[in-house]
Design a protein around this ligand. Structure first.
Ligand code: PMP
Length: 332
């Protein structure tokens, strides 16, 4: 739960949850001017390990660059801060949310001199689409809300305001009794879920799309493509139409929160036999063996958060510290 987050990293300091606030005049609050990441930290026999931390931070800096937001910390400082937040909260596994938004100075649409404020939250978060979803699959609807074009806002950036499109779609899907929305573009070409990339499996081949179809280039997507090729599957990348989804043998969503979630049906029509397909199951297994460190072939995707003595000391202090500072020595 979000409220399990006792310590938040904010603008260079570890602060108790209640103090991690922003002002109501913050530019980011009014216009969604900010960028963020969603990262998972997994339990391993060597302690908590952050999955693909570098890739997530690279994407965060790229998203910021897209919007002309200058993050006033280095990648190394933010990497250290992510590990520090996990240790301070004593999580063995969790979801991590770094965010950089414009703070308070003026409320013209142009952000002018608004400072860039950076925070990192972490909290335990189980299966994003429900406990049964990873095994049984989910019910998806094709949203009436179209995926915005990258000509309007670059879909490859993970920016706060862009999620209004996703929110409209998922809210409508849930209201109509579905678990998740699939968005297509104005030509009806498949884009992505409200917070996931999509894969199809047809005749033993694995298919997904890319940035040309207005999607976020998911890090889980990249992980699954790599693992599928490791397993000897052919992976094809290109546009996918709804007709192809309807006749697919299998389909699944990928995302940091959703991990590898089978799609059981689309608008109540079953995909394949309506349950998790064999290639989806194989890729799921490979994914969780990798994130848990059991399969070490991509061991460099894990950054271990154990042994963060400074943060542990901070956490053990009985009274909430006024501020805790980031120890740059933690950044490795
Ligand atoms: N598309 C959207 C719109 C998302 O929000 C996400 C989640 N970050 C993804 C795809 C999947 O990206 P990733 O695998 O990097 O989490």
């Amino acid at each position: 739960m979000l409220s399990d987050c006792k310590w938040v990293w904010q603008n260079g300091d570890l602060v108790p949850w209640v103090r991690a606030t922003v002002h109501v005049s913050a530019h980011g609050l009014h216009y969604g001017t900010g960028v963020f990441e969603g990262i998972r930290c997994y339990k391993t026999t060597r302690g908590p390990a952050v999955f693909r931390l570098d890739a997530h931070l690279d994407r965060m800096f790229d998203s910021a660059q897209t919007y002309g937001i200058t993050i006033p910390y280095s990648r190394e400082e933010l990497a250290g801060a992510v590990l520090e937040v996990i240790a301070a909260n004593q999580f063995s596994d969790c979801y991590v949310r770094p965010i950089a938004t414009y703070g308070s100075s003026s409320l013209g649409v142009h952000p002018g001199n608004c400072p860039v404020e950076v925070a990192i939250l972490a909290w335990p978060w189980g299966a994003y689409l429900g406990a049964d979803a990873l095994e049984k699959g989910i019910h998806v609807t094709v949203s009436r809300w179209k995926k915005f074009s990258s000509l309007a806002m670059p879909a490859t950036a993970k920016a706060c305001g862009q999620y209004l499109n996703s929110m409209l779609a998922v809210q409508d899907a849930v209201k109509r009794g579905f678990d998740e929305a699939l968005l297509v573009d104005e030509e009806g070409i498949i884009a992505e879920g409200s917070g996931e990339n999509i894969f199809l499996v047809q005749n033993g081949e694995v298919l997904t799309n890319d940035e040309r179809d207005h999607v976020l280039m998911g890090i889980t997507r990249d992980t699954v493509i790599t693992l599928a090729r490791d397993l000897g599957h052919k992976v094809l990348v290109g546009p996918m139409r709804l007709e192809e989804l309807q006749i697919a043998d299998e389909a699944f969503f990928t995302g940091t929160a959703a991990e590898v979630t089978p799609i059981g049906s689309v608008d109540r029509k079953p995909i394949g036999n309506g349950a998790r397909g064999p290639i989806t199951a194989e890729l799921q297994r490979a994914f969780f063996r990798t994130t848990s460190g059991k399969d070490q072939r991509h061991g460099n995707w894990l950054t271990y958060a154990a042994g963060r003595t400074h943060a542990e000391e901070t956490c053990e202090a009985s009274a909430p510290a006024e501020t805790g500072s980031v120890n740059p020595g933690l950044a490795t």
